[in-house]
Structures are given as C-alpha cells and as structure tokens.
Design a protein around this ligand. Structure first.
Ligand code: PLP
Length: 473
C-alpha cells in the first residue's frame, strides 16, 4: 500500500457507537493526567528555558512519521506532545520571557477554555448558543466597563488582534465607504495586511512617518487628509495605536478623535497589546481619548492573562458589525431571534468556539481588581528595567523609555548584528528571551514586562546577562 492509498472502508454498522469515545474510567484517568501534566509544568516553569527550538528534521522525526492507521497509546502520545512538541516553543508565560508580547495565561482562564472545549461549546446563533452568547455579551460589557468605554459598546470575540482589526475595519468600510486609511510607520504590520486583504489599493494605505516619540503626528495627518481630498480620494479611517509593539507608544487619541469627528471618518484604535493598561489609573491617563474610538481592538491573550486565541473587537456604533456581516439564509432563520445577538453575524466566523468562557471564568475567579493590580505591576516592571539601564550609562542608552510595560535600549557603539546576536545568545541559554528591533534606523533591544510572575530580579539579571559579551553564562 502506498502512503496515499486508503484502506477499505469498514462496515459502519459493525462499528461500536462509541468508537471515538473512551470508557468513562479511562476518560477520567487521562483527563486527570492532563491536569497533572499542566500543573506540574506550571510549577517547574521558572527552572525551564524561556524558549526552545530544534531542527525541523529532529522534530519531524519524533513528531511526524507515517499516518497512524491503527489505534495507539494515548499516554505515550500525551507524553510525546509535552516532552517534544510543547517543550519546543516560546514560553510566553515564563517569568523571563520578555520578547515580542508575552502570554502569561492565568489558570482560571485555562479552566474556562477547557470547559468550553469539553462541552464543545459553540457561539454562532442565539437559538443554538443562548448561554454562551449571554456569556459573550456579559464579557463584552465587563470589558467596556473596565476600559471606560460607552455603555452602548458592542463587540465580538475573535482569534486575535489581526482578525479583530480586520473585522473592525470591514465595519468601518461598510459605514463610511471604501477609501483611504491612515496609519504610521509604527502601526503593527497586521493592520496594513488587513487592509491589503480587504482589497484596498496601495494608494489607499497611507503610512505616515511617526514623530520623535514614535506617535502619529496630527499635523502630518491633517496634511495627508487635505491632500487626499484635493486629489479626489475619500478618507475612510484613521488607525491609531494604543501601545505600539515596538515601544509602547500611544498616538494622541483625543486629537485624532477630534480630527476624525471633523472629517466624518472612522477612528480605529489598535490596542491589541496596550489597551488593557486602561483598566489602571495610570494607563487610563496615558490612553486618554480611548473611549472616543469608533472601534477598539484588544488582545486578552496578551495583557489580560488569557490563553491564546482571544482578541476582542469592540465597536461604539451600535449595529455596525451586523450591518457589515449579518446574513440570513433560509437554513439559519430558525436559530436567529430578532433582538438577540447571534455572534456568527458579527464577523466572518459563523461556527465559532465560545472564547468568552475563559475571560468570564477568570474575572469571576480573580475579580477585576486582581487584573488591575497585575497590569499595574507590568507597567512598573518596565520602569524597574529603565532605572537599571540608566545605572550603567557606559553600556546602555535608553532608546525609548518605559511605556505601558515596554522599554527599548541600545548597546552603546554596537550595530544591529551585535544586538540580534546578544538576544539570540540569551535565548539559546534558556535563561530569558528578549526581542531585538530597529527604531528609526537604530538597533535596539526590547523588554516587554507584562507577566505578573516576573520579579525585579528577573529583570536586572536579564539586563546584566545582555551586557556580557558572552550571554550564555
Ligand atoms: C499592537 C499590536 N497589534 C496587533 C497585533 C496582532 O495581534 P495577533 O497576533 O493577536 O493577531 C499585535 C501582536 O503582537 C500587536 O502587538
């Protein structure tokens, strides 16, 4: 038999009904084993590498192989998964994982996610998902309250920031009509990708140079708007960042909201990483104007301590999502109830898992106050890092000060290759993981300090290791 030949189909009526189940005692044993493996790993996390990889060949040899035709041993499969697949990745919940944007998931959130998977929860239509839909509406309402958004805020939960911004920008186009979108050279790359894939022409994606603090310059925006209008192009949306990935910079949201109101265009705020800061007093001040967004995206799988697969698209124009995405084919009408939300009508996803369960579970378990303290700690930890860097001016220059849990710094006199090499050596050592980046042509290293399990010592030791030419030590 070649690799692609299917064996003869078995007689369907000879197959016991529970072929794809397991005996109840076996389900419990394996389920408890999974919980033990997850909790054991959480307890050891600090001592394990912050990131690990392997060669494609070595991984394929252990994880790939021929299609298993016959039943196998689930214990062996779970162990292989944990020891090989899940051990070779970035551990975003490790206290010294500072690269890109960490993912410090809270255990109650993991439990919520497991429950949703265990019950195979769907959240597409009201008739088919009244309970999960109510949880999603509740969570959206709680988020709006925590962030200080208007009470009429609506939303939909998505896989992450890229998809949530895509959804918001489709709603913007539906409301305003296709036209030019304005962003900066610091806007996350996924936004331009979203616009391209929506079919915007290159000339409709205006990337403005950011100012010295990496923010959108309202003067440059006004000039671009005037130029486009004079050329007969229709402005559609301003895309502001509430916390850029590079430096944590926030665009001047209040001023941008004024401009958008005067121009009658849409203000989309990408707060995928930074918006959760608005649940703290200091963050709320830094993100002033956030509540004036027509749409806001945030990623609870970043700074609201949720496992991956949770981005939120919030829209403050009631009905805008349904106007862009609702459909009502004859075979769905009996599950769509007038006046109730069918979440499958608020984005491109129809059949969709109930992503709200994990956030609902973790807010019920820890309370918003605990989230607030955890986010405030992340903001303070970046300030600890900045203070430590400033104590060694002969080695480090702070290239972007601590903002919303991010600090960037340059090794004096070193080029981009050296910065990348220092970051790579540190990752290879397993001790910690940081990012390298480039800010206005200058190389930099970058820490994102949003994990509440991180200690000030984790930060100072990481910076000290980066200062050593041999970071493996
Ligand atoms: C500011 C910002 N926007 C958008 C994204 C994209 O989000 P996701 O990776 O969840 O699609 C990221 C990811 O890091 C981000 O930091």
């Amino acid at each position: 038999m070649t690799r692609h030949d299917a064996p003869d189909d078995p007689d369907p009526f000879a197959t016991p009904a529970d072929t794809l189940g397991l005996p109840p005692e076996e389900m419990r044993r394996l389920g408890h084993k999974v919980v033990d493996m997850v909790v054991d790993r959480a307890m050891r996390r600090n001592a394990e590498p912050a990131v690990a990889a392997d060669t494609p060949g070595a991984l394929a040899e252990r994880l790939g192989g021929p299609l298993p035709e016959a039943p196998g041993d689930p214990d062996a499969a779970l162990e292989l998964m944990a020891e090989v697949a899940l051990a070779r990745m970035q551990h975003g919940d490790h206290p010294r994982y500072f690269a890109r944007v960490p993912g410090p998931a809270a255990f109650a959130a993991i439990l919520g996610d497991w429950m949703g998977t265990g019950f195979n929860a769907i959240c597409a239509s009201w008739g088919g998902a009244a309970g999960p839909a109510t949880v999603e509406t509740t969570v959206i309402d709680w988020l709006a309250q925590m962030l200080g958004l208007p009470a009429h805020t609506e939303g939909v939960l998505q896989s992450g920031g890229s998809m949530a911004s895509f959804t918001a920008l489709c709603a913007a186009r539906h409301a305003i009509g296709q036209g030019v979108a304005y962003l900066t050279d610091q806007t996350h790359a996924s936004l331009a990708r979203d616009l391209h894939e929506m079919g915007l022409h290159e000339s409709e994606i205006r990337v403005l140079p950011s100012d010295d603090a990496f923010r959108m310059d309202p003067g440059a925006l006004r000039a671009a708007l005037a130029e486009d209008r004079a050329a007969g192009r229709r402005p559609m949306a301003v895309i502001a960042s509430a916390g850029t990935t590079n430096t944590g910079a926030t665009d001047p949201l209040d001023t941008l909201a004024d401009i958008c109101a005067a121009e009658a265009i849409w203000l989309h705020v990408d707060g995928a990483y930074g918006a959760p800061a608005a649940i703290t007093e200091r963050g709320r001040a830094e993100l002033a104007g956030l509540a004036r967004a027509d749409s806001l995206v945030l990623d609870p799988h970043k700074w609201l301590f949720q496992p991956y697969d949770l981005g939120v698209c919030l829209v403050t124009r009631p009905g805008a999502l349904e106007r862009a995405f609702a459909m009502s084919p004859e075979y769905l009408r009996d599950v769509q109830t007038a006046g109730e939300v069918s979440y499958g009508m608020r984005s491109l996803e129809l059949s969709r898992r109930s992503r709200a369960l994990k956030l609902w579970m973790s807010l019920r378990t820890y309370g918003a106050g605990t989230f607030r303290e955890a986010v405030a700690r992340g903001i303070a930890l970046a300030e600890t890092a900045e203070a430590h860097l400033r104590q060694a001016p002969e080695t480090w220059e702070v290239s972007s000060p601590a903002r919303l849990g991010i600090v960037c710094f340059t090794l004096k006199g070193a080029d981009a290759k050296t910065h990348a090499a220092r970051a790579a050596r540190l990752s290879e050592s397993g001790f910690a993981c940081v990012s390298s980046t480039v800010l206005k042509g200058k190389p930099a290293l970058r820490l994102c300090t949003i994990n509440p399990l991180t200690t000030p010592e984790d930060i100072t030791r990481t910076i000290d290791r980066l200062a050593e030419a041999d970071t493996g030590g």
